[in-house]
Design a protein around this ligand. Structure first.
Ligand SMILES: [Fe+2]
Ligand SMILES: [Fe+2]
Length: 171
């Protein structure tokens, strides 16, 4: 199994729960929001650490990865606001719709561009990365969603990965 298969399966689950969250109300709304925040923050933190930071060292991928990291960041801001909001607040539905649009577009970008490009460009060991990804996911499971989001933001504010030449085969 490749890391892309694991990510793809998690994307489907996330999109399904997001879809349900858009129409949910009351306690069910809160429950679904917590699930989405948990899934998205764990997925994003492990994906950032195991895949993005590697791909960012390749000049072909660098700009695309910085953009994807920014999308994770903005999704995190919306999730943070939603978690602090009363489920009956009139702003809730609008924020959830924008969250779904952002995540939809982000996942499409990963599955249709980034993953293909990563496969084509690199000698990335996609199978061993699946194991590394699952370990990272287990590691962040100890943290709350908000703590995961904050940890990724802190790391990305400090760290500027060195960029290798565009024709560098291995990451
Ligand atoms: Fe993803
Ligand atoms: Fe992502």
């Amino acid at each position: 199994m490749e890391i892309y298969d694991v990510l793809h399966a998690e994307h489907r689950q996330l999109l399904e729960n997001l879809e349900e969250l858009v129409d949910a109300e009351g306690a069910h709304r809160r429950q679904l929001l917590e699930m989405v925040a948990d899934e998205m923050s764990a997925h994003g933190a492990a994906e950032d650490q195991v895949l993005y930071d590697r791909l960012a060292t390749n000049a072909h991928m660098h700009a695309l990865i910085l953009e994807a990291k920014q999308e994770h960041h903005v999704v995190g801001l919306l999730l943070t606001e939603l978690l602090a909001l009363d489920v009956d607040d009139e702003r809730f539905a609008g924020k959830v719709k924008i969250l779904r649009e952002l995540i939809d577009a982000h996942i499409e970008g990963e599955e249709e561009d980034m993953f293909e490009e990563a496969r084509r460009l690199t000698g990335l060991a996609a199978e061993s990365l699946a194991g590394e990804y699952l370990n990272a996911r287990e590691h962040v499971a100890e943290l709350t969603p908000l703590a995961r989001l904050a940890a990724v933001d802190r790391k990305n504010e400090q760290k500027q990965p060195a960029v290798r030449p565009a024709d560098e085969a291995r990451l």
